[in-house]
Design a binder for this molecule. Structure first.
Ligand SMILES: Cc1cc2nc3c(=O)[nH]c(=O)nc-3n(C[C@H](O)[C@H](O)[C@H](O)COP(=O)(O)OP(=O)(O)OC[C@H]3O[C@@H](n4cnc5c(N)ncnc54)[C@H](O)[C@@H]3O)c2cc1C
Length: 413
């Protein structure tokens, strides 16, 4: 958006640091409840980020209930109607049964997904600033977080105030560092890998490969492209990531060949569109996600290895939970946000840790996938049982004219 910060207020109900899938979704849900919210991101509107982007059923359910799914469909994001799992001894194809607003799964490009969430948040009255960095937190005399300091591209600084500052600033969250959020349940295993986009691969549906100590996948996305990724142990990734572009591409194809020769042959004959991306993965963790005047959402608060492709889905889930807790405004509601997040994510994190270890045999990985499916079902049921949010009929009108929830949030001090 703007090259320098020019928000219309200097006091908000909440300031969200980061405006991608966690931050923009949180801002959207708060704005839909009539809260005055500002989201700030140092990256550009509609910019890409290093991530594959398979959405699971709970994410599609939420996008539909937020009114964002139609935007993705209008942008011709392919509907995924089957998920195929490739093991050493068999291929299991699972149909995606339409139910409750979910007609299939989707893997929208992040350029589209993140921008669509920002557009929806703005339409509901949230303010969103891009190319602006948050440089630090403000605190009141009791040490409670009470706002942020910003720096625009021109170097201009500004202070903005809010009774709640939300870190949606990713795995290396500055906000988590500034509030010294406690870290727990650290992961012990992680992967590294490569991905790229290809034209000319005709594989509708999600395809997941788990064999020979390798994970791989093919996901149909926008513009007729298919995203293909491989994930291996970090030491193997580091060896493969050395060298020039041609050497890295050759290493990517070798890993794919060792995993599934038929996918490797299709990729070798397809046109690569854009660069080959390498991704060394950080170890997973949970962090405390609420405290006096602050909260964390998305990767900032909970990170797991991307091999189980669940980070965006969890970011949406936690945005929904946090926006509800923030509207309530009480310390108890924010504490319960953390308890619910942990209750829904800790088992999934343990499963992810074992999947990312790549030390399973065929029988074990099938068990892990069944466990994952059970956890996802539990997550979806939790979201479906939430009572409908009290939504303002026209949030933009409301924000300019109606009351905000500053009262309840102020009481939380
Ligand atoms: C290789 C890879 C593949 C993945 N594949 C999948 C997948 O298939 N499916 C899935 O669901 N998940 C996947 N994930 C996980 C997913 O990408 C993350 O869970 C998701 O991006 C988390 O979103 P977020 O909004 O929390 O953080 P991010 O997307 O990291 O956004 C954080 C934002 O905060 C901004 N920011 C940071 N600090 C500041 C600051 N001080 N001031 C202003 N702005 C700031 C950054 O610019 C950034 O835009 C993958 C991840 C990786 C690395």
């Amino acid at each position: 958006m703007n090259a320098k910060p020019n928000p219309s207020h200097d006091r908000y109900d909440a300031i969200v640091v980061g405006a991608r899938c966690a931050g923009a979704a949180t801002a959207l849900r708060m704005a839909q409840q009539g809260m005055r919210v500002l989201a700030i991101d140092r990256s550009a509107y509609g910019s890409d980020t290093r991530s594959t982007h398979a959405l699971m059923r709970p994410a599609v359910h939420l996008l539909d209930s937020w009114g964002v799914l139609d935007r993705l469909k209008e942008a011709i994001t392919p509907t995924v109607r089957t998920t195929a799992f490739y093991y050493d001894d068999e291929v299991i194809e699972v149909p995606i049964k339409p139910s409750g607003g979910v007609d299939g799964l989707y893997a929208p490009r992040r350029t589209l997904l993140d921008a669509s969430l920002v557009d929806a948040a703005r339409q509901c009255g949230a303010e969103v600033l891009h190319r602006v960095s948050v440089r630090g937190l403000l605190r009141d005399t009791n040490g409670r977080v009470s706002g942020v300091t910003l720096e625009g591209e021109s170097g201009a600084h500004r202070e903005l105030h809010a009774p709640l500052v939300i870190g949606a600033d990713g795995v290396r969250s500055n906000v988590a560092g500034w509030v010294e959020a406690e870290t727990y349940q650290p992961a012990t295993r992680r992967t590294g890998g490569f991905y790229a986009y290809f034209r000319g691969i005709d594989r509708p549906g999600y395809h997941w490969y788990f064999l020979r100590q390798t994970g791989a996948g093919a996901l149909p996305t926008n513009d007729g492209l298919t995203l293909v990724f491989v994930a291996v142990a970090p030491e193997r990734f580091e060896r493969a990531a050395r060298g020039n572009h041609a050497e890295r591409k050759a290493a990517f194809l070798r890993i794919l060949q060792g995993c599934d020769a038929s996918l490797a042959a299709e990729v070798a004959g397809a046109e690569q569109v854009g660069p080959l991306y390498g991704f060394p993965v950080a170890f997973g963790f949970h962090r405390s996600c609420s405290g006096p005047g602050w909260a964390l959402v998305g990767d900032a608060g909970y990170f797991r290895d991307p091999l189980t492709a669940h980070g965006i889905t969890d970011a949406f889930r936690d945005a929904e939970l946090l926006a509800r807790a923030a509207a309530d405004g009480s310390p108890a509601a924010l504490a319960s946000y953390q308890a619910t997040r942990d209750q829904l994510s800790q088992r999934f994190a343990r499963i992810t840790d074992e999947v990312a270890g790549l030390a399973w045999d065929t029988e074990r990985i099938k068990v892990l996938h069944r466990d994952m499916s059970r956890e996802m079902k539990r997550e979806l049921e939790h979201l479906q049982q939430l009572s409908p949010l009290e939504q303002w009929p026209d949030a933009r009108f409301t924000r300019a004219n109606g009351p905000t929830t500053l009262g309840p949030l102020a009481i939380a001090q």
